[in-house]
Design a protein around this ligand. Sequence first.
Ligand code: GUN
Length: 328
Amino acid sequence: MSQETESIQKTRILKGKPVAAALHSEVAAGVDALIAAGARRPKLVAMLVGDNPASAVYVSSKTKACRDVGIDGETLDLPRDIEHARLMDHLGELNEDPGVDGILVQLPLPDHLPEREVLESVLPEKDVDGFHPHNVGGMWLDKPARRPADPPSVLTPATPTGIMELLHRSGIELSGKHAVIVGRSAIVGKPMAALLLREHCTVTLCHSRTRDLPSVCRLADILIAAVGRPAMIGPDHVSEGTVVIDVGINRVTDRALIEHLYPGKAKKLARFDSRGYAVVGDVDYTRVKPKASAITPVPGGVGPLTVAQLLVNTLRASRRRQGLDTEA
Ligand code: GUN
């Protein structure tokens, strides 16, 4: 293979950490500017119901990140068997507290609690997750962005909004491109479609009943995998030159699967053997990477952006609530 061909085929690895770090420092500077202007320090309260270990880890990383950038970050720990009415009382108090700018209800909630009703009870101006119908509606009704990276008019979900930052800051053109999203969740797939659409992508949203998924995926210039199934997107889903964004964070405990996904990667196996699991994305990274023009790794790709974007959202909410302009 000539050197030229080799360089043409080189895949860019889109790492989330540097973009997350940039967002963290921008938020820290924004908080400093707020304080210097005599405003109140932004505050986020994360509601954690029950003892789901993964949720506890996520929430503590969110509140720690808040503190790192000068945002007050608190967790409201509530028992797993809390009555719906009591939970609503707590939400009511947070809604009314003028010192609270952002409220986050960590999902999933225990089965006896009506998730939709709970999320709809968060005041839209404090809804830093962007899950309230006011914010969801605003996002879909937004005019197409005039300039790339124009922020949406409302608070939008952290993971897809963070992915938009990654795409912009990596210089990936969106206008006119075909984006194919696999997974129709309210947290990632659906808002991802809205955000890409307002930046002039042609969007296809696929799901478990999509017929001939590989051939639909092969139409993508930008392929976003958000299904929660380890390595389900393989090389037959990807055309040469596609930008591949992997949102999956799957814990795999099957050693044979890890051996298959990372052939010859002794370090991966050694880590698996010491921990008893490995984190795998929705994309078969080893086999897809050679076809992609750019790809996010797992871990270290999309993951760090979710928390970073939550900080951006909290600063936006606080600025807006304190009568300052909306942009962080
Ligand atoms: N559970 C999984 N992802 C999220 C998220 O982005 N926000 C909240 N609140 N819960 C989640």
